[in-house]
Design a protein around this ligand. Structure first.
Ligand code: AHM
Ligand code: MG
Length: 335
């Protein structure tokens, strides 16, 4: 084998990476099933990325005129993203159960797929028309031994996920993926149509003076939450105050937090008693991702997010995640 100084000819695609590091959790005795599911996931990400890139040119911005089950107005791209995702998971032949933020009920496919997938097809869609980064969040469970596909396959603690991640659609499409053996980042090479390993073994810095929260909700915050953020802005020891960074797209805010460190929070408050974000397809995948990078994710009571068990598929939860040192600090104000 020669080493060409001009062109890297031995690149690692996400499929190659998974085949080489085959997670026993995701594919108990490697059968290729998980790799095939991953191919269908990648197809959905590429298709969604393609539509987001051309949205302004082909009139895909704006509202669709419909609302999802919780009354959120849907953007045209929310509906398209959801359709793309459902069709890709169905066509994979490997998925039995699918939960999407845009669908009131779970979907059970025919066939003998052995995975349950949970997803928010386009998270942060209120940012879409301004060209701000949005993303797809996903988690994968393995079906129970004797399951034929039911709600029980997804009303499980997040720690039972066998894979999770997100794809952020920004200047490029970035896939961040874990199968429980660390966290890796891949960047879509548009010409090749492949996600290439560009951020192997992502580790979140242990601390960083950056906080990310919607401060417009502060009048509804609990006392502990308010005091914690005050302490960052007015440090008692006279040290420099923290910087605020809030995009309003969970995927983009979490991505920055992973790479730079800091804390991201969407706490429960007096108005939204259980917070805003969804446990199953937003909280769990992001908590898994952050823990695999060496960080922490907890709820407003200081409980580990991945230990929680949802009672319904669209359940909400307060979420605090990020650098271990920053969550340790916040926890003291919460509990
Ligand atoms: P969505 O699933 O309807 O897009 O809502 C989730 C988004 C997250 O991406 C983001 O963290 C949060 O909502 C922002 O909410 P807010 O505008 O209340 O700050
Ligand atoms: Mg969402």
């Amino acid at each position: 084998m020669t080493n060409n100084p001009d062109v890297e000819t031995d690149i690692i695609t996400v499929t190659r990476h998974i085949l080489e590091t085959q997670s026993t959790a995701a594919d108990k005795q490697p059968t290729g099933d998980f790799t095939q599911l991953l191919n269908s996931l990648q197809f959905a990400f590429k298709f969604i990325a393609h539509n987001i890139r051309r949205a302004t040119l082909v009139n895909l911005i704006g509202l669709s005129g419909t609302a999802n089950k919780t009354g959120d107005e849907q953007k045209k791209l929310d509906v398209i993203g959801d359709d793309i995702f459902i069709n890709a998971m169905k066509a994979s032949g490997k998925v039995k159960v699918l939960v999407s933020e845009e669908q009131e009920d779970l979907i059970v496919f025919s066939g003998d797929g052995k995975y349950a997938v949970v997803c928010d097809p386009i998270d942060g869609s209120s940012n879409l028309d301004a060209g701000v980064s949005v993303g797809t969040i996903f988690g994968v469970y393995r079906l129970g031994e004797s399951s034929n596909g039911s709600i029980k396959d997804v009303l499980r603690p997040g720690k039972e996920l066998v894979a999770a991640g997100y794809t952020m659609y920004g200047a490029s499409a970035n896939l961040v993926l874990t199968t429980g053996q660390g966290l890796d980042g891949f960047t879509l090479d548009n010409a090749l149509g492949e996600f290439i390993l560009t951020h192997p073994n992502i580790r979140i810095p242990n601390s960083r003076a950056i906080y990310s929260v919607n401060e417009g909700n502060s009048q509804y915050w609990a006392e502990g939450t308010r005091k914690y953020f005050e302490s960052l802005k007015f440090p008692e020891d006279g040290s420099k105050p923290y910087s605020a960074r809030y995009i309003g797209s969970m995927v983009a805010d979490v991505h920055r937090t992973l790479l730079y460190g800091g804390i991201f929070a969407y706490p429960a408050d007096k108005k939204s008693k259980k917070g805003k974000l969804r446990l199953l397809y937003e909280g769990f995948p992001m908590a898994f991702v952050v823990e695999q990078a060496g960080g922490r994710a907890i709820n407003d009571e200081g409980k580990r997010i991945l230990d929680l068990v949802p009672e319904e598929i669209h359940e909400r939860s307060g979420i605090w995640l990020g650098s271990k040192g920053e969550i340790d600090k916040a926890e003291k104000f919460l509990v």
